[in-house]
Design a binder for this molecule. Structure first.
Ligand code: URA
Length: 437
């Protein structure tokens, strides 16, 4: 077999066999196939697409390119939830403890911020002492003991994806649906969970900008999961405005803790309750979705989800008092200023991407790979789409390192808002559900 023939076959729009895909992916991982051939192949895939069978073979080949974690000795089912990335998306922080407190073990590997979208590890690292660096034996031990572990990806998990992802980043081949679906699913499959709920974000602050693309990605990932023998369901959820009110690492941890105390913003609370119940039902913890919904509400009301969060934080070296005194334990920014509305009217746009970019510009994300993030900075919304604001009323508060940074953020954020003279209906949060069965 020769790489050049496989590239030519895809260039001509033909379907590759499982053997050809395996040859290409293992050859690229072992460096027998150079970057320039892999780049040409990615572009051929971008332009000609892949069949569901090819996408599944690609996913499985990438999962096989490194370590595959076997969690079957830990619990009969391990749950995972994955978001395709958004702004203010702190779902994992609240959903993980909620599901674990309801009796279903959760073991997942999370990532760091990427572009305008935040990362779960960056958020959790704002808790003093908390670490994502966990060995596989520790990962398993913590699932057994605490029922919840969130770790950074080990270097050997789907290394073919790691190489291909950085190549795609610089060859204009990131937006290919089969390449995105296989990239996400190869890591999920290699990480060992057998029940996976995917949250495909759609809108201004998401990778997928249209419902058609988000639907196609969700369907593709659910189909791959089924062919790979995993239970996978997906939801397409709104990311036109930030999720909840807080954007920024420590600010989002505070909001997740408030939500576990039953005092979270309405949209974020709705989403975590719905997704936690869905995951519990998929794992057969309850007989019906209604029973799962009642269970998660009870786990918030009786404080057990909050206690699970504290146990999880302590197990990974963090200060568990963060749940009792988030303001005292978490870092806070020295400059906090309101951004006031220049008009009266009903908010008709609060564009998520601008908030993500501004949080990064304040120091909450990275401009370059090795930058250190500032956990304290960010933005807290005081109004969302559909809310009426009077001229001079705060739209949000900006948490910054300096007054100059805060002024810069205010200048970036004002154009992210639109006002309407007439009432505006807020966007529907959960737009579509794709069940595993
Ligand atoms: N997230 C991934 O892990 N891979 C992609 O290709 C896109 C988003």
């Amino acid at each position: 077999m020769r790489a050049v023939d496989i590239i030519a076959k895809k260039r001509d729009g033909e379907e590759l066999s499982a053997e050809e895909i395996e040859f290409f992916i293992q050859g690229y991982t072992s460096e027998d196939i150079p970057d320039y051939q892999a780049a040409a192949w990615c572009m051929a895939v971008q332009l000609k697409g892949m069949t569901p069978a090819e996408t599944t073979e690609l996913t499985l080949s990438m999962a096989r390119s490194g370590q595959q974690i076997d969690l079957s000795d830990v619990a009969p089912l391990i749950a995972d939830k994955h978001s395709t990335g958004g702004v203010g998306d702190k779902v994992t922080l609240a959903l993980g403890p909620l599901v674990a407190a309801s009796g279903q073990p959760v073991g997942k590997m999370s990532g760091r911020g990427l572009g305008f979208s935040g990362g779960t590890l960056d958020k959790l690292e704002s808790i003093p002492g908390w670490t994502a660096e966990i060995s596989i034996p520790q990962f398993k031990e913590q699932i057994r003991r605490v029922g919840l572990v969130i770790a950074g990806q080990t270097a050997d998990l789907a290394p073919a994806d790691k190489k291909l992802y950085s190549l795609r980043d610089v060859t204009a081949t990131v937006p290919s649906l089969p390449l995105i679906a296989s990239s996400i699913m190869s890591k999920k499959i290699a990480a060992g969970a057998n029940v996976i709920l995917l949250d495909v974000k759609v809108g201004d602050g998401a990778f997928m900008q249209t419902m058609d693309d988000a639907t196609a990605l969700a369907e593709m990932m659910v189909a791959i999961g089924r062919l790979a023998g995993r239970t996978v369901a997906a939801r397409v959820t709104d990311m036109n405005q930030p999720l909840g009110l807080a954007i920024g690492n420590a600010l989002e941890v505070k909001e997740a803790i408030a939500t576990l105390k039953g005092r979270g913003p309405a949209d974020f609370t709705e989403l975590i309750l719905a997704e936690a119940a869905h995951l519990l039902h998929l794992c057969h913890i309850t007989d019906s979705l209604e029973a799962a919904q009642a269970l998660v509400r009870q786990k918030i009301a009786d404080g057990s989800a909050l206690r699970k969060f504290a146990d999880f934080v302590a197990a990974q070296g963090g200060d568990p008092h963060v749940v009792d005194d988030p303001d005292g334990v978490l870092p806070s920014a020295p400059v906090v200023i309101p951004l006031r509305s220049p008009h009266s009217g009903t908010l008709s746009a609060v564009r998520a991407r601008a908030f993500g970019m501004t949080s990064v510009a304040l120091g909450g994300g990275r401009a370059q790979k090795d930058d250190k993030v500032d956990p304290s900075v960010g933005i807290v919304l005081q109004a969302k789409i559909g809310d009426y604001v009077k001229q001079g009323q705060p739209l949000c508060t900006i948490h910054a390192r300096t007054q100059a940074d805060a002024n810069m953020a205010a200048a970036y954020l004002l154009p992210a808002y639109d006002w309407s003279p007439t009432p505006v209906t807020p966007p529907i949060l959960i737009k579509k559900t794709f069940d595993a069965h």
